[in-house]
Design a protein around this ligand. Structure first.
Ligand SMILES: [Fe+2]
Length: 348
């Protein structure tokens, strides 16, 4: 068990003994009232920068995790407003992925993970040609899907080896915890029920070997299949204590090798189209030794995106990034993917 008094990483979910008192949802228990702070704390995203929206989202998720951890209920409206703001930014052509891809975490963090899955779901959903309302609902489901992880001890979900039966059963309860925390708050609309159902089903797989209900392919909502795929991609491209994160292309190869039958082909294709080969936000090394960051993709030349050069060939940070369209620069090409943590240190 982690030390409940350890406040060294307050941004991470606190896995206290109290949390374990709520391993599932007691349907017979008296329903607690929705917690007021979450209900009233509508994020002020209008006119805010993307970074401010991102910080608002982190605060909202932190608060919701705290509420779910105490057995409380949450309201969807703040999440819907936030998803709406992200959707508008996406449709206005703003680059949302930069923050999602570059966020560096030492291991699994529910807040960062949920936010990343939400942002990436918008990108892939747009590629999937989902209408505006569907994008907003998809992002909302993504933000909510792992709230129940607050009830799972950290040493279980970060365990490198095989889980025991008891550990697996505890882990697999987390989608139901979030589902009840969302729908227990009030008489849900059809749209809210749909978003909760999607969040509940993200860990189901087309093979019928997912959880918690072991649904078959045609029983799983299409949006949940898409989110399940993005959830796996996000996990593979971020660090865990027992493995380093994979570059985007390697993550896709891993999914194709081990989970191809788990997801629909069209969802996989949308992910590949949108997030590989070199997604926006990805840092790269060129044959010149320069290090750059992808700022736009070239649909007809995916191996040659538009980049901003941020470090010279000798590793010196440029005072002003230089934009370079690799599709128009035949003598320059990409030789490697570079993670943020591997970039030359500031001031070099
Ligand atoms: Fe997840």
């Amino acid at each position: 068990m982690p030390d409940p008094d350890d406040k060294s990483n307050a941004r991470k979910v606190s896995f206290t003994d109290a949390a374990l008192k709520y391993p599932g949802v007691d349907a017979g228990a008296e329903k607690p009232q929705p917690c007021q702070p979450c209900e009233d704390a509508a994020p002020e995203t209008s006119g805010a920068s993307l970074e401010e929206d991102y910080a608002t989202a982190e605060g909202l998720l932190d608060e919701a995790l705290d509420i779910v951890g105490r057995g409380g209920l949450i309201r969807l409206e703040p999440f819907e407003r936030l998803s709406g703001s992200f959707t508008e930014r996406l449709l206005d052509g703003e680059n949302l992925a930069l923050a999602a891809y570059n966020k560096k975490t030492a291991d699994y963090d529910v807040v960062s993970h949920s936010l990343n899955v939400g942002i990436l779901s918008l990108q892939v959903g747009k590629r999937h040609k989902l209408p505006r309302q569907d994008l907003q609902e998809l992002c909302t489901s993504a933000l909510l899907h792992d709230l129940g992880m607050v009830k799972v001890p950290r040493d279980i979900f970060l365990k490198p080896g095989t889980l025991s039966t008891t550990e697996r059963e505890l882990l697999q309860k987390h989608p139901a915890v979030a589902y009840e925390a969302i729908l227990g708050a009030h008489d849900a609309t059809a749209s809210e029920k749909g978003m909760a159902e999607v969040a509940y089903s993200v860990h189901e797989r087309c093979t019928g070997r997912g959880y918690p209900r072991r649904l078959s392919a045609d029983e799983i909502p299409e949006r949940a299949k898409l989110l399940g795929l993005i959830d796996m991609y996000e996990a593979l491209t971020h660090n865990r204590p027992f493995r380093k994160r994979l570059p985007p292309l390697d993550a896709i190869k891993e999914i194709i090798a081990t989970g191809r039958d788990c997801f629909p082909t069209d969802a996989l294709k949308a992910l590949i189209d949108q997030l590989t080969t070199y997604p926006v936000g990805c840092s790269l090394r060129l044959n010149s030794g320069e290090i750059c960051r992808v700022v736009a993709t070239n649909p007809f030349s995916p191996l040659r995106p538009v980049v901003e050069v941020i470090f010279s060939g000798s590793g010196k940070r440029l005072a002003e990034p230089r934009t370079l369209d690799l599709s128009r620069s035949p003598l320059q090409f990409i030789v490697d993917t570079v993670f943020e943590e591997d970039l030359p240190s500031p001031g070099v």
